[in-house]
Design a protein around this ligand. Structure first.
Ligand SMILES: *[C@@H]1O[C@H](CO)[C@@H](O)[C@H](O)[C@H]1NC(C)=O
Ligand SMILES: *[C@@H]1O[C@H](CO)[C@@H](O)[C@H](O)[C@H]1NC(C)=O
Ligand SMILES: *[C@@H]1O[C@H](CO)[C@@H](O)[C@H](O)[C@H]1NC(C)=O
Ligand SMILES: *[C@@H]1O[C@H](CO)[C@@H](O)[C@H](O)[C@H]1NC(C)=O
Ligand SMILES: *[C@@H]1O[C@H](CO)[C@@H](O)[C@H](O)[C@H]1NC(C)=O
Ligand SMILES: *[C@@H]1O[C@H](CO)[C@@H](O)[C@H](O)[C@H]1NC(C)=O
Ligand SMILES: *[C@@H]1O[C@H](CO)[C@@H](O)[C@H](O)[C@H]1NC(C)=O
Ligand SMILES: *[C@@H]1O[C@H](CO)[C@@H](O)[C@H](O)[C@H]1NC(C)=O
Ligand SMILES: *[C@@H]1O[C@H](CO)[C@@H](O)[C@H](O)[C@H]1NC(C)=O
Length: 873
């Protein structure tokens, strides 16, 4: 321990004396429906009306059956929140008394002791009101009068005088209209994967902040290497609502484990204006004193404690030392071939692997639940994700979300909260957005996990491709530029000098700027990112997929696990085609598409349990084929200029209710087959086999992210015959290959006719492996040649032994009679994950580790059952 630093920290230590928060969060709020006052009850803050009525059993489980429709009245009523609170002379003696509303959902008027203090119209904004002159000794009260978001949105739309499309969602969403008029979670009026619950509530804490001086709200940091130092710049943002800043600011950076202080700094004689104040500080930290922060898979996630404090206030956070860049440079001398689009972290080129994040609950007040957020992010990290895109139709997530991403090394592609829509640009709307973007960038900017800001989800594409068939392109384009370029861009780029701001996702990056912010084709594969969906073609055929620079969305639907579905299912509705299943499918034609795509490669059945299983196979296989293609393309530049793909973020990680969707983890937290597949296809090293476009040759690739640690490896391609009747490959090709760090390369290519020795290629399948001294360094991989519609190998698989290793870990032994495909272990009421699932048995036995969420006993273990792909359904 460094004694000097410890002493230095002691002399700087100040007692933070004079900032007291009276938290008005409690369950004592009176909540009532305004018009007739027929519903009068008590509710908690933070909270919301839906969750309050649910908690009081005045309505039942909102996600059950058709309750999204049954309880729509909650969203169409206007509600009031009211409470009183006591203040004494000590409280009133503070020179500064502010009411702080951290989050109000959404349209509301706020009164303190019957005096109007605030108007709210943006759930992403923190509101502050100076209530010094209004508060009294003894009893005080606060009233928050909400307007229904449904009728409120409609009124704003009608006042505008022109249409801002899309107005309403497709009828299959069972949604509400005009959500783009509100600065509210856009998915709360429904989405193609989620229900409409037009929420009302106080979704974040309410407090009276009492202080003798301005309070530190947020601290922004940026880091860059300067010779043998890290330059650490900080911007400290004070709330100076009713008083000037006359203070001294201190900064202390320390090691989180040892507590050793690494650097301190101070700034005297601050003297500011009223309103808001930014104070910059800059320090140098010797590079030898800190370890850098890396994304998952590239190194450790080293974090340091930063404490920033003044006489009246303090802020503590964890920061990381790292640089991040988005590289967009010409791919070749031929400028028509476009530009790269990839991230480097600490100068290392990084292939972005991961998925998209949607809100973890449909009610905003439940969005910071660690029991939902942490397991999802841990599953992402365990599956080798290094990036998640926080999609623009949800919310700016909780501090817990970003802190967990920092800890796990998951970079965040942060959309701003605008999605699949055009937006109004009234003075009031823009003013509200300005405050929103400023506050959110200030709140989130210090997280090392944040990689980039993007203005919206798909709004440039909607405009360029005229999704809403409007004839006012010029008008809407000018509004688009007013919002994302003239209003938002300067705020983001001023507050954050270290990250890029893209106006939209997908976009063509710098090319979009060249083209005046609305490109002719925002999905151009030669520039920027793309979103790619194809519901009409066979997803197991890699030829259907594009060759983009960066795929930030792509996906296929499947059904959630039966157990999850049942948790929402009315009696007798567990049938394919039931009213319930149709109700839950919001994507137009979605259930037909789902079975059509299953039937491209697999048998089809009318039994819902079979469709759950088959749809999950189809989803997992399609995402495997597509994701592996993108990873293979990372070192490949095609003649067209396409290739050099450096990102694969599939749609979507999580679910908002029990329904068919693109998610890889269902609403109940159960991994679908795709999540297990993702853990393999996103492994640091993979050996994907691939058929040539003419389907006459088979190639084996090795894709390496980062350093392989080994200079050479043995790549093996095994040829198996379905009819051989034993477990041995009929042929084997092996090559000792130099493993090139950070690259994707072809190891060998073999004519299919050689591989199958003149036989019919449908009678064979292939497996690949990569070994160093006999140890696998990549997950085993496979290529299935046949369609399994009617030609399925007969087999039988059983769990031959269940061994309890410790209270939450078990080992299962499986045995198969013959080759068995898509072997699936079903939890049947247990919770946890398997070391693999949805795997093939190309060997007579295998062992699987089960990690349970809860303590187990041997008998409950026997609930686990096994299934595999069978001939008839
Ligand atoms: C209030 O009562 C009137 C008259 O009974 C009724 O028409 C209306 O729907 C009620 N409104 C609400 C929000 O309960
Ligand atoms: C006012 O209440 C606080 C607790 O909230 C207490 O610490 C303080 O002593 C009280 N002051 C007076 C004058 O009663
Ligand atoms: C809230 O306080 C004001 C001012 O003291 C008072 O006039 C009003 O009646 C109070 N409201 C309620 C519901 O008690
Ligand atoms: C820190 O601030 C200085 C002065 O504004 C600037 O020149 C430098 O680029 C900044 N460095 C970082 C890492 O933000
Ligand atoms: C603080 O630093 C930022 C980033 O360099 C700069 O944009 C801003 O003007 C500075 N603010 C003050 C008050 O110096
Ligand atoms: C990249 O191409 C553009 C034309 O698109 C050209 O103006 C520019 O000079 C090129 N940059 C480099 C570094 O070659
Ligand atoms: C076209 O859009 C502009 C900008 O939003 C708007 O002012 C104008 O009224 C619109 N024109 C029509 C015909 O809708
Ligand atoms: C390959 O990746 C490693 C670690 O991820 C990095 O240190 C190295 O610089 C990279 N090499 C190249 C040529 O990019
Ligand atoms: C590759 O396999 C051969 C034959 O089994 C073995 O001698 C050699 O050591 C292996 N090389 C590596 C790098 O594992």
């Amino acid at each position: 321990m460094n004694l000097y630093n410890v002493l230095a920290s002691v002399t700087l230590l100040k007692i933070v004396c004079c900032h007291v928060v009276l938290d008005l969060s409690s369950s004592n709020w009176n909540v009532y429906e305004n018009t007739n006052r027929t519903i009068v009850t008590h509710g908690a803050v933070p909270g919301g009306v839906y969750s309050m009525l649910e908690d009081k059993a005045m309505i039942s489980d909102i996600l059950y059956g058709n309750n999204d429709l049954n309880y729509r009245w909650v969203g169409s009523y206007a509600w009031t929140y009211y409470r009183d609170f006591e203040l004494n002379a000590t409280h009133l003696a503070y020179p500064s008394l502010n009411l702080i509303l951290h989050g109000i959902d959404t349209l509301a008027e706020v009164f303190v002791n019957s005096q109007h203090v605030l108007s709210c119209d943006n759930m992403f904004v923190r509101h502050t009101a100076d209530v010094k002159k209004i508060l009294v000794e003894g009893e005080n009260n606060i009233t928050i009068i909400f307007e229904s978001p449904i009728s409120g949105a409609e009124q704003i739309a009608s006042r505008l005088g022109y249409t801002v499309p899309p107005v309403c969602h497709p009828p299959s969403y069972n949604g509400e209209c005009n959500v783009n008029m509100l600065r509210k979670m856009q998915a709360s009026f429904s989405w193609d994967w989620g229900p409409a619950f037009p929420s009302t509530g106080v979704w974040k804490p309410v407090e009276i902040a009492m202080s003798e001086g301005p309070v530190i709200r947020s601290v922004g940091v940026s880091t860059a290497v300067e010779g043998v130092y890290w330059r650490l710049n900080m911007s400290v943002w004070f709330d100076t609502t009713n008083m000037k800043l006359k203070d001294t600011l201190f900064v202390e950076l320390s090691h989180p484990k040892s507590g050793v202080v690494l650097v301190t700094a101070k700034k005297f004689n601050l003297n500011s204006k009223i309103g808001e104040e930014e104070v910059n500080l800059s320090v140098l930290v010797a590079k030898t004193k800190v370890d850098v922060w890396w994304p998952n898979g590239f190194g450790e996630q080293n974090l340091y404690n930063l404490r920033v404090y003044s006489t009246h206030s303090e802020k503590k956070m964890q920061i990381g030392f790292r640089t991040i860049e988005l590289v967009q440079e010409n791919v070749s001398k031929d400028e028509k071939q476009g530009k790269t689009f990839y991230f480097t972290v600490n100068g290392v080129k990084m292939f972005a692997k991961g998925s998209n994040w949607i809100p973890s609950h449909v009610l905003p007040e439940r969005l910071s639940d660690s029991a939902r957020i942490v397991p999802l992010l841990e599953a992402a990290a365990e599956s080798h994700f290094n990036m998640l895109r926080v999609w623009g139709g949800g919310v700016y997530e909780s501090d817990l979300f970003y802190e967990t991403c920092d800890r796990l090394g998951i970079l965040v592609w942060q959309d701003l909260m605008f999605a699949c829509s055009l937006y109004p640009v009234s003075t009031q709307f823009l003013k509200s957005v300005e405050e929103e973007v400023k506050q959110q960038v200030q709140r989130l900017q210090h997280h090392p996990s944040i990689a980039i800001w993007a203005g919206n989800n798909e709004n440039e594409a909607a405009l360029a491709q005229n999704w809403y068939t409007s004839d006012n392109f010029t008008g809407y384009k000018s509004d688009y530029i007013k919002l994302y370029v003239d209003t938002i861009k300067p705020i983001v780029t001023n507050l954050d000098k270290t990250r890029k701001y893209l106006t939209s996702s997908p976009s063509n990056g710098v090319e979009t700027v060249e083209e005046g912010y609305v490109s002719k084709n925002p999905g151009n594969t030669l520039y920027g990112d793309v979103h790619y969906y194809n519901y009409l073609s066979n997803g197991w055929d890699h030829r259907i997929y594009p060759n983009p620079r960066f795929a930030s969305e792509y996906g296929v639907q499947s059904l959630p696990t039966a157990r999850c579905l049942r948790s929402a299912l009315p009696l007798g509705e567990m049938k394919w085609g039931s009213t319930f299943i149709e109700h839950r499918q919001h994507s137009p034609g979605g259930n037909t598409i789902l079975t059509s795509r299953i039937s491209d490669n697999l048998p089809i059945s009318n039994d819902i349990n079979d469709i759950i299983y088959l749809s999950q196979i189809n989803q997992a296989m399609s995402m495997k084929v597509e994701s592996e293609k993108y990873r293979r393309l990372k070192s490949v530049l095609l003649d067209s200029g396409e290739g050099y793909t450096m990102g694969a973020l599939y749609w979507q990680l999580n679910d908002i209710w029990q329904a068919p969707s693109w998610a890889s983890i269902d609403y109940c937290g159960h991994w679908k087959m795709l999540q297990y597949f993702a853990k393999d296809f996103f492994a640091p090293i993979i050996v994907p086999p691939e058929l040539s476009p003419d389907r006459n040759k088979i190639s084996v690739y090795v894709v390496i992210d980062g350093k392989s640690q080994y200079s050479q490896g043995n790549v093996t391609l095994n040829v198996h015959s379905w009819s051989a009747g034993n477990w041995s490959p009929v042929k084997q090709f092996t090559s000792v290959k130099t493993l090139v760090d950070n690259e994707s390369f072809e190891v060998f290519q073999i004519p299919l006719s050689d591989a199958v020795k003149g036989g019919k290629k449908e009678d064979y399948f292939f497996t690949t492996s990569l070994d160093v001294n006999g140890n696998a360094i990549a997950p085993d991989n496979f290529l299935l040649m046949s369609s399994f519609k009617d030609k399925i190998p007969e087999s039988s698989v059983k769990i031959s032994d269940y061994i309890l290793v410790d209270s939450q870990t078990a080992e299962l032994s499986l045995s198969a009679e013959k080759y068995a495909l898509f072997v699936w272990l079903d939890l049947n009421g247990l919770d946890g994950t398997f070391s693999k699932n949805g795997f093939h048995m190309f060997q007579p036995s295998t062992k699987i580790i089960f990690k349970s969420k809860y303590p187990l006993d041997k008998s409950s273990l026997r609930k686990i059952t096994v299934t595999w792909l069978k001939k008839s359904y």
